[in-house]
Design a protein around this ligand. Structure first.
Ligand code: NAD
Ligand code: UD1
Length: 367
């Protein structure tokens, strides 16, 4: 019995792999490495001491995905793989629709072919659109303001249709609020390409001296200090939410959406202050104009997840700050240096390639 984790070498995926392995699950990871590095999975192994298979496969490649299902007994899928940048999706909508929607479509077709009908899907609070009514509960009307958000909405709809067509499917749609933090080992964390769009990685890169100062996008919202308020959730809590959802989908059938958030909002300046207090670092900032498309306040009502999944977020803002900083300060360039070493001189143990016929296809992360 194994859980297939698509997008498993990415930020949330790698943390979820750790929790799955720690909980005793066998996993098989699929990722095309467009937004992540294999080094993250080597570190998942280092943290857990457990071996697992990795396939460098693009979800759009149906034949390759079929090989993964043919070679492994998959019981359920946790589906993280997708592009996730709002700005990029506005510039490259077709790339987003193709990758996120067709990728999910191919995945579901292959799952169906192999009789695997349990799936936990990474949705996002972005499906609530410009909703200003807080806390945000699952029943509120859905909408999207950009192509990225529309891919999440469309996939949710597609998965609902799938269940309507075949009630053996069991589907959890997990709507994440604002993931932050890192594993407390400092070995894995968020490793954005280029200049970060999101607040926490921007703050940690200012603290590390990679960026000069934070720009706070607006201080004229109707919030405690005028700056935007968000529901930051520790990535390990988020990962554990996937395990709770997995237990549910494997025990039942149906399709349900769940908010994964803490239920508590913090403003941008509250987060900056918490970061400074916890780390002793100073974060210089200037106030600039609002970022187009931003809303003032967004935080979850997470009570459905508590009621039906038995899951609650336990880690607070201080832990998110200290863990993010430990990751950033231990890895000032993210996975880049280690990945170079592993690929080059081999000073760090590199994953073993088992398949000679297609070396890119299958890698064994282990001793
Ligand atoms: P990430 O970019 O770190 O991880 C996504 C992974 O998917 C990457 O490793 C990428 O290489 C892989 N991938 C993308 N397209 C693929 C394809 N066609 N085939 C195979 N692999 C592919 O992102 P993350 O922050 O870990 O997010 C994971 C999921 O959660 C995404 O679906 C994202 O939209 C969703 N989400 C993220 C956030 C957030 O703030 N991080 C918030 C809400 C929802
Ligand atoms: C963004 C995405 C959303 C995604 C979410 C979680 C956009 C428009 N939305 O939401 O789809 O689900 O991330 O990954 O990109 N801020 C600053 N300065 C910065 C960065 C952010 O002041 O340099 C502020 C923002 O104005 C906002 C808050 O910090 O008030 C959080 O921003 P961010 O981390 O980008 O997340 P969201 O905008 O909530």
């Amino acid at each position: 019995m194994a859980i297939l984790v698509t997008g498993g070498s990415g930020y949330i995926g790698s943390h979820t792999c750790v929790e799955l392995l720690n909980a005793g699950y066998d996993i098989v990871v699929v990722d095309n490495l467009t937004n992540s590095r294999l080094e993250s999975l080597r570190r998942v192994r280092e943290i857990t001491g457990r071996d697992f298979k990795f396939y460098k496969v693009d979800l759009l490649d149906q034949e390759a995905l079929i090989r993964v299902f043919a070679q492994n007994k998959i019981d359920a899928v946790i589906h993280f793989a997708g592009h996730k940048s709002v700005g990029e999706s506005v510039r490259l909508p077709l790339w987003y629709y193709h990758n996120n929607i067709t990728g999910t479509l191919v995945l579901c077709k292959v799952m169906e072919k192999y009789g695997v009908k349990n799936i936990v899907f990474s949705s996002s609070a972005t499906v609530y659109g410009l909703q200003e009514k807080v806390p945000i509960a699952e029943e509120l009307p859905l909408s999207a303001t950009n192509p990225y958000g529309r891919t999440k909405l469309m996939i949710e709809e597609m998965l609902r249709d799938l269940y309507l067509s075949d009630s053996n499917w069991s589907i959890a749609l997990l709507r994440y609020f604002n993931p932050a933090g890192a594993h407390n080992s400092g070995l894995i964390g968020e490793d954005p390409n280029g200049i970060p769009n999101n607040l926490m990685p921007y703050i940690t890169q200012v603290a590390a001296g990679r960026l000069k100062e934070l720009q706070v996008f607006g201080n004229d919202y109707e919030t405690i200090d005028g700056t935007g308020v968000r529901d930051f959730i520790h990535v390990v809590d988020l990962a554990l939410g996937h395990l709770s959802a997995l237990t549910k989908v494997m025990a039942t059938t149906g399709v349900e959406a769940y908010n994964l958030g803490t239920g508590r909002g913090y403003s941008v300046l509250e987060l900056v202050k918490a970061f400074e207090t916890v780390t002793g670092m100073r974060i210089p900032y200037t106030i600039t104009s609002r970022r187009p498309g931003d809303i003032g306040i967004c935080y979850a009502n997470p009570s459905k997840a508590e009621r039906e999944l038995g899951w609650v977020a336990e880690k607070g803002i201080e832990e998110m700050c200290s863990d993010s900083w430990r990751w950033q300060s231990n890895n000032p360039n993210g996975y880049l240096e280690e990945a170079k070493i592993a690929a080059g001189v081999g000073a760090a143990p590199s994953p073993r390639t088992l398949s000679r016929s297609n070396e890119d296809f299958f890698v064994y992360i282990g001793r």
